[in-house]
Design a protein around this ligand. Structure first.
Ligand code: HSE
Length: 316
């Protein structure tokens, strides 16, 4: 094998109703790639890593803090444990995703790196073994293991973190015709900080409401009731506590709803916002509104996306 390029797509975790338990992979409808790429090739020295791409300048300078390096170390250790030997290799990380964006940026790098390493070594690890490693690496960055970005990034579609019966997650039927308007304002919100501000305990009332909403949402997915699904996308766990981290969030959310968005919420731990539209014309209207009202600087961007059912993949 000479050289291999692996693309890992952006993801939106939580979908308001499934904190740490739901995540969806997304791709822009204009055909552009929103995600990181890792290239792997043979090398004459044991290990080389180069960072390129629009957000490479935001990566930690210390190699040991680079998540792709950490993925390499973890993969090597696990391979050794089963009697395998790591090859001499060179990795290039194309860091296209902004860090701390709520679009699964770290997941993109982790998934692309581990899939590249696994393929380069003729797939010594199974899907679930690799996914477990991905969760472990994600946990180092965000403070606790959660799979709601790495799982959809890896497997595509809408993933439910079942964490049972030998499966970390299972694919849910979803609504492929929804348009996802994703607006990244250009500022950073660290996932570990956004997690640390959440309450330690929730009231019985909130727990009952949360269970009803998540159960009904999953039912709506299986029975393809779009209206029921969007009306259940309500967040009792994180959004009420996180919205102050985002610029003018409640007014902007209301503005999207007034325009006709079916659901609006925080993507992952933010600051990206998502708004769901039933058709492209409305998605474009919402996109123009968000561009004016939500973007804070030139790093910010908006993408109109649909569900990406493929997940991680080889590209040329
Ligand atoms: N479920 C995680 C959180 C996703 O909301 O903290 C982080 O992207």
């Amino acid at each position: 094998m000479t050289s291999l390029r692996i693309y890992a797509p952006a993801t939106s975790a939580n979908l308001s109703v499934g904190f740490d338990s739901l995540g969806v992979a997304i791709s822009p409808v204009d055909g552009s790639l929103l995600g990181d790429v890792v290239q792997i090739e043979s090398s004459s020295v044991p290990f080389e890593l180069e960072n390129v791409g629009a957000f490479a300048r935001k990566l930690p300078k210390d190699l040991h803090k680079n998540i792709v390096y950490q993925a390499y170390v973890l993969f090597s250790e696990r391979l050794k444990l089963r009697g395998g030997e790591i090859k001499h290799l060179r990795l290039t990380l194309e860091k296209n995703m902004p860090i701390g964006s709520g679009l699964g940026s770290s997941a993109c790098s982790i998934v692309a790196a581990l899939v590249a390493l696994n393929q380069f070594h003729d797939n010594p690890f199974t899907e679930m073994e690799l996914l477990a490693m991905m969760g472990e690496l994600e946990g180092r960055i965000s403070g606790s293991i959660h799979y709601d970005n790495v799982a959809p990034c890896y497997l595509g579609g809408l993933q439910m973190m079942t964490e049972s019966q030998g499966n970390i997650c299972q694919t849910l039927p979803f609504f492929d015709d929804w348009y996802w308007v994703l607006a990244y304002p250009g500022i950073k919100v660290s996932t570990s900080e956004a997690r640390s501000i959440l309450p330690k305990n929730y009231s019985r009332q909130d727990m009952i409401a949360q269970a009803r909403h998540l159960g009904s949402f999953v039912h709506a997915c299986h029975t393809q009731q779009a209206q029921l699904a969007v009306s259940m996308m309500k967040d009792f766990i994180a959004e009420p506590y996180r919205e102050n981290l985002l610029p003018n969030f409640s007014a902007v959310r209301q503005g999207c709803k007034d325009l006709g968005a079916m659901a609006v919420g925080i993507s992952g731990s933010g600051p990206t916002m998502f708004a769901i539209a039933p058709d492209l014309a409305l998605a474009q209207k919402i996109s123009a509104f968000l561009e004016k009202e939500y973007l804070q600087n030139s790093d910010g961007f908006i993408h109109i996306c649909k569900v990406d059912n493929q997940g991680v993949r080889k590209i040329n």
